[in-house]
Design a protein around this ligand. Sequence first.
Ligand code: HEM
Length: 514
Amino acid sequence: MFPVFLILLPFFITTIVLLISWRKAKDISIMIWRSYFNLGRLPGPKAYPIIGSVWQFKFNSAGGLYKYLWQQKMRELKLAVLTALQAWLGPLPVVAIVKPEYCKQVLESNTLITKAAQYDKLSEWIGTGLLTSTNEKWYGRRKMLTPAFHFNVLKGYGEIFVKQAQIMMEQMDGHADTGREVDLFPFVKRCALDIICDTAMATQINSQIGKNSEYVNAVVRISDMLFQYERSPWLWLKPIWYGCGLGFEFDRLVKMTTDFTRRVIAERRDNLVEEGAMEDTGDLTKKKMAFLDLMLITQEKNKLGDEDIREEVDTFMFEGHDTTSSGMGWTIWLLGQHPEYQALVHAEMDEVFGGDDREPSENDLKKCVYLEKCIKESLRLCPPVPIIARRLTHDLILDDHIIPKDITILLVPMGTHRDPEEWERPTVFYPNHFDAEAVAKRHPFAYFPFSAGPRNCIGQKFALAEEKTVLSYFFRKYRVESVQPLPGNRFVPELILKPEEGVKCHLYKRVRAK
Ligand code: HEM
């Protein structure tokens, strides 16, 4: 009996693998077939077999999708408002939706919560943590991690925001009043990275003062490679991905960063044990602790393995620093092009803080109302997460279009945020878009930089508090003039939206009203 079983085992496994691949292949073929018949009435770029529409997109990423979708195509089709588009990424169809009502249908759904295959490569780094998991795993993790973003816990992070903002000011100081331009983006990025390492892992990597550059560079390079992979269908073939060396580089960097996280987790556990702080004493929202501490303390109760914790920490590392640095970078850049709005921010800073360099209290930050409008307006024009992708787990009816099950649907905040039916000045920086009366008149899904519905960004309050704290220091101290406005400095729609040429500015110290 035993040897027969052993002989049959490989056949059994092969059959299962073939069946799974066959079922997957069958589902994909049905979806492609149905897409040919159902998507024809949606506008979109011309597609050819195998290569699809990618030949239309320039391969320097700055030229890509946005330029095509929202400028060229709208002009060609004489469309005032774009509602939805179809395109073919290689042999696979995607539908991009823009109309707020369509976005509502997807984002509010409790069933359309499955991330698209486009996140699979990212999962090789961050695993299937909160961002990439689905169904039961996602529900469990969301419930477990929500207390880490409780108002009381966020208050504790204020100290870290302040400490890192002060270091950023020191680092920038030598670049003010020099008559030379300076790219402020790397400063903001390192500040955001140090903040997330300290809050997520209780670890100071001190990238602002030039430490741990190997880890920092690896995180940056992985993000670049992920975007290169997504927009180049030929790289999806393993022989090409590895043949051109990218695959090996990617695997090496992923191993390096995940090993770093594993080391941090082990050291942190030892510290907590030493401090006698591993006890789960009930209401954890009353304590000030890093996300990692929360997971370690509740590890047994939540049945988490070390690798489960590792993937959540790396998820925060990915989602929690590139996004906020992009948000702060764009806000500085946009205010640097609009001295009239920057003067209003300065007036607010002087009113709230006088000539003081003090740490902003909760109340101070509440009073920075105009600064908040500018941050929100920057997130409108330049949303750090430029594309949100879902795999449809059932057919979706959008007006009279049937979007077939299994297709990838893309929500594109940059398009929705410029809908001329919703925004008074769709393509220009205009902080008054966030006046209370204007907000009340708008469709609730005309603005979703943090996504919306059940899979919204768990870190949005964290992000806004961080941005307000850091920028309140920046605008108390400096006036800024951007060197390159659009179109010279274009959007790079990587996984996170970045300015192609950085945030090049002239920086001036301010004389503050007391
Ligand atoms: C300006 C800053 C930020 C923006 C614009 C932003 C935007 C977003 C968006 C659009 C999503 C949905 C992504 C998708 O469905 O594919 C998301 C999800 C997420 N964000 Fe953020 N984010 C920001 C900051 C942060 C921070 C600071 C953290 C953590 C500290 C964070 C953690 C997460 C996590 C864990 C998810 C997955 C949530 C889930 O699926 O349940 N984000 N974010």
